[in-house]
Design a protein around this ligand. Structure first.
Ligand code: HEM
Length: 449
């Protein structure tokens, strides 16, 4: 593959592929055909063009394509989500901010995810997890089964609400209710009618913002400057622009909190559910992971404890490879560029692919095999940008350490004390958009060991 650069030769061809029908392009096939991407890569090679969400879009495959996009943020590429996501996240959300403003906001928000802050989150994560484990035992006993996925979503939302905005039992509040339908419209055609997924999600965005404003104003009235930040909201309220000395506007606060709550629970639900499913399907992995947990039973868990669980680390990395919660990321092309001998015009969209990279046999041999040992220290000599569940470059996931902590804590306590068995007669295939989840909600029998 030739070195990528800005294009000088206007005669270069565009990437192979078809732009489909006017306006809708190939959007319908993209939503309905699970092999949409793999078929086109097989036909056209590592780079192909299509048109989705009303914009010509180039799909890049493999570590090299990922590196090209992720290491040229703001230069050749700028973050660009589909119109439905943009509208529903809101214009002042970090995920949509670019350039100087984006960097400044990241610096500010990252404080909520520093090791010291993370350490402080452990007791609340444990307490909420423990409450849910007990409730699942009771439910499984009385009903004979537990439909786990919606419960896992409640758990991760409760953790996010508590640690990000100090709200108890978030999933049982109006905010939690609104989130479910807001999320269902996130990746949809942006047609704002009362009965469309987008229309419903749009109305719920207004409801969510209203709830968030109420919480923020209440917090401001309580204690504008606590001695020590209790959560991400305190950090955001205390933040001041270095030059102007001004704080974040209420409009921005609402969009940023909405993003963190969304990013902080939907992806994690998917990751934790995939952990539960894949480990249950691989008894040898379960046994090894459980054995590693023996010294930690009944012990308080700290950031240090997790460093002593190398196998769990491999299992979680493999879960994130096998079933990455985020399939890829969209970017707008900022100038005509050349890649692999093709010309990609300014104004088009492009996508770096996480899921397709993780299932690429050239990068991960036998990609359909769930095998945590591929992440053994000795085996980890892979090309950069090949294992990228959290993206990379300037926009790498802000909450990745929070996510890792929550996954490990949950997994450790689950392995230490509980047994879960997949029930027969359920569809375990995955719905993939917006985040992978088992079609029938992951039905299990849940017991103590
Ligand atoms: C397993 C869990 C998670 C996965 C797989 C994940 C994945 C990702 C990915 C792939 C991106 C980059 C998107 C892009 O390139 O455009 C991203 C960005 C982001 N994530 Fe996560 N994430 C997870 C959990 C979290 C958590 C727990 C939080 C916060 C509490 C969070 C906050 C964010 C934010 C704020 C961004 C935007 C960063 C920016 O644009 O600068 N994520 N995440």
């Amino acid at each position: 593959m030739t070195a990528p650069n800005t294009v000088t030769d206007a005669a270069l061809p565009q990437p192979p592929g078809t732009l489909g029908l006017p306006l809708i392009g190939e959007t319908l096939a993209f939503f309905t055909d699970r092999s949409f991407v793999s078929k086109r890569h097989a036909q056209y090679g590592p780079v192909f063009k299509t048109s989705i969400f009303g914009t010509p879009t180039v799909f890049f495959k493999g570590p090299e394509g990922n590196r090209f996009i992720l290491s040229h943020e703001n230069e050749y590429f700028r973050v660009s989500w589909p119109p439905s996501v943009k509208t529903l996240l809101g214009p002042l959300s970090l995920a949509l901010q670019t350039g100087h403003v984006h960097m400044a906001r990241r610096q500010l928000l990252v404080q909520a995810f520093q090791p010291r802050a993370l350490s402080g989150y452990i007791p609340a994560m444990e307490e909420i997890g423990d409450r849910y484990f007990k409730a699942w035992l009771a439910q499984s006993q009385t009903k004979g089964q537990l439909t786990w996925y919606p419960q896992l979503r409640d758990y991760t939302l409760d953790v996010a609400c508590k640690l990000l905005i100090g709200l108890d039992n978030g999933s049982k509040t109006k905010l939690g209710e609104l989130f479910v339908s807001w999320n269902a419209g996130l990746f949809s055609l942006p047609i704002n009618l009362p009965w469309t997924a987008f229309g419903k999600a749009f109305r719920n965005r207004q409801g969510l913002l209203h709830e968030l404003e109420r919480l923020i104003v209440q917090r401001q009235a309580e204690d504008a400057h606590p001695a020590e930040a209790r959560d991400a909201l305190d950090i955001m309220l205390a933040a001041r622009d270095e030059e102007t000395g001004e704080g974040l506007s209420i409009e921005e606060l609402k969009d940023q909190v909405l993003l963190l709550l969304f990013a902080g629970h939907e992806t994690l639900t998917s990751a934790i559910a995939s952990f539960c499913l894949l480990v249950a399907q691989h008894p040898e992995v379960l046994e090894k992971a459980r054995a590693e947990q023996q010294p930690f039973i009944g012990q308080p868990l700290t950031l240090e404890s997790f460093k002593k669980m190398p196998y769990l680390d491999c299992v979680i990395k493999e879960v994130m490879r096998f079933s990455p919660p985020v399939g890829g990321g969209f970017r707008e092309v900022l100038q005509d560029i050349e890649y692999g001998g093709y010309r990609i015009p300014k104004g088009w969209s492009s996508l770096y692919q996480i899921a397709a990279t993780h299932s690429n046999g050239e990068v991960f041999p036998e990609p359909d095999l769930f095998d945590p040992s591929r992440f053994d220290e000795t085996a980890e000599r892979r090309a950069p940008f090949s294992h990228i569940p959290f993206g990379g470059g300037l926009r790498e996931c802000l909450g990745k350490e929070f996510a890792r902590l929550e996954m490990k804590l949950f997994a450790a306590r689950l392995l230490q004390s509980y047994r879960w068995e997949l029930l027969p007669d359920q569809d375990l295939s995955m719905v993939v958009v917006p985040t992978p989840k088992p079609r029938d909600g992951l039905k299990v029998k849940f017991e103590t060991l």
